[in-house]
Design a protein around this ligand. Sequence first.
Ligand code: NAG
Ligand code: NAG
Ligand code: NAG
Length: 381
Amino acid sequence: MTPRESSVLTHLLLLIFLLLLLPVAPSVLHPPHLPTLVPHAPTPLTRSRFSARTQLDFTTHCNSTCLHRGELEEPREQLAQKLSFETLYADGSRTLTTVDVEEDGLGGEPPSYPSPRRGSGLRPRRRRVRRQIYGADGRFNIQGDNFLLDYPFSTAVRISTGCTGVLVSQQHVLTAAHCVHDGKDYVNGARKLRVGFLIPPSLNATNGTLASSKKPLVRWVRVKRTRVPKGWIQGPQEVSMDFDYALLELRWPHRRPFMRLSVAPSSDDLAGKRIHFSGFDSDRPGELVYRFCPVEEESSDLIYQHCDARPGASGSGVYGRVWDDGLERWERKVIGIFSGHQWLEIDGENRDYNVAVRITPLKFAQICYWVHGNRLDCIQD
Ligand SMILES: *[C@@H]1O[C@H](CO)[C@@H](O)[C@H](O)[C@H]1NC(C)=O
Ligand SMILES: *[C@@H]1O[C@H](CO)[C@@H](O)[C@H](O)[C@H]1NC(C)=O
Ligand SMILES: *[C@@H]1O[C@H](CO)[C@@H](O)[C@H](O)[C@H]1NC(C)=O
């Protein structure tokens, strides 16, 4: 072999090596790019009138324009306006906090969102019948002390206006915005908002077996502060499901385990492409109901699925198992909030879905700021 031949061979081997590497490289997980919110000093607002009525059954309509809206780059001022937020205090007073959005200085890349998968396994439906239970009812009642007090079911809490919430810190509960505000005003029940923790009945009873057939008891805790994004409080415009989330701060810390939040990955990065949630569906009063199902469609802001659910499940923490780089294992993380029902009109055809709001990088930054009250704790997912 001449030196020249051997150099060609080396190059060839190098090329083959690089080609072999190629398919591997994209699957290396990068931590999600997290923008930061820079909040300004809160300004006082007039007291809320609490004139709205709680409407648990939340339905919206969307067509292809609205489905792909989130993929367009939105002007930063508009984005900042939607991520500004109101704080409601227990005495009925309110403040408005405006924010600036800052991409981090690392690469200047815009946050990447997975594009929605279209036409995947969608079958035309002939009749326009609204369904919240799809096929056989796939929901399970969670019963027995062990299950009710066991993670992850123990992270589901009741909201006094009739919804569900999820414990996301020692003192914070994430729920749907429509459980406390109708887009124009706070609902009447938000005046004395409380969060309910289930207590298995037999913990308090002497007659074990008799008692455990009873429904769980509830211990109620007052809410000190409620945060609602301005993207939900839109005034004259129609409310958008994209901002159907609110954070409640309890008067006292609770002592139960909570579930961490995560930026919602593409459904391909969820174990089994599945989401799960537990809530207090209104057709099963007093019971905690669990279900899981695959993600069917996703837009930049919403998760479309056919998990069976009834209105009381609004505000449930939607979680999936996501790969945790630090712990090197699959972990359950809250990646969305169950909102309600949506008619999706594509090519003149109406399809119905149950819908969850996705925790996008910006929403993660916002909710994280609400929980921690500073930006430093919110740099990483
Ligand atoms: C979707 O609906 C909006 C109004 O609701 C309309 O302006 C728009 O043209 C519609 N898009 C399509 C593709 O039909
Ligand atoms: C437990 O039972 C006692 C007596 O039966 C009752 O007075 C008490 O209120 C119960 N506790 C709760 C949290 O329901
Ligand atoms: C427990 O059961 C006995 C009979 O089995 C009944 O007489 C008693 O009232 C029960 N006590 C409670 C607290 O339910």
